[in-house]
Design a protein around this ligand. Sequence first.
Ligand code: PEP
Length: 254
Amino acid sequence: MTPDIIPLVAGNWKMNGARDQLDQLALMSQGLDDDLADAVDVVVCPPTTLLYVATTLSEDTPLQVGAQDCHNEQSGAHTGDISAEMIKDCLADYCIVGHSERRTDHGESDYHVAGKAQACWRAGLTAIICIGETEAEYDAGMAQAVLKRQILSSVPEGATEDDTIVAYEPVWAIGTGKTPSPEDIRDIHAFIRETLAEKLGGHGERMRILYGGSVKPANAAELMSILNVDGALVGGASLKAEDFLAICEIYRDM
Ligand code: PEP
């Protein structure tokens, strides 16, 4: 964690969850007591089909809601896409952009990701910008070079701690049960902090940097004790309220 930065835990449900999954969302919002909500910001990013009902269900609770992707334009002939304004219209406050699954499955480049982040700001959403190296890049010792390129090109100029969060997700750690060593995470997060600060000055020093990739209740405390890890982007373990709240509680207790 970074002194004076309130941590944030975001759950990414990906393409999981029909209406019956809303029970878990209700349990999450009920489980966020004032102590927890004062210590940690908690966001759930369900599939778009559940977005509006999720914000309605969590209204007047500390649970915040986000989307998993947006188009860079406000409206127009883009069949199947969703604009940041539409997400805001569903009363959500966050949007993940540049997740590695979007970069791989939909060929999104750093340029696209930066455009989506700017669309989030235009609509009044906080952008959660994902970066991370593949296993081949990690093995080749290229992780820092890849991350630097992604930060310089995916995080737009003018980003601040109020409108942007960066999530470091090594692609090879997503959904695999593998995580980098704590020393690797410490070094990489320090590198991300330094690069953000070079690019954005004080805003980069204060921006939240989340770690994502196989975070679960069993490893959350160790991951969170690392300097510059200001929260978590959680995939699989965010589908069950019990596991997701357990991760948030670990942050509260640190
Ligand atoms: C993710 O999809 O962003 C993620 C980190 O997934 P998991 O926690 O399942 O590895």
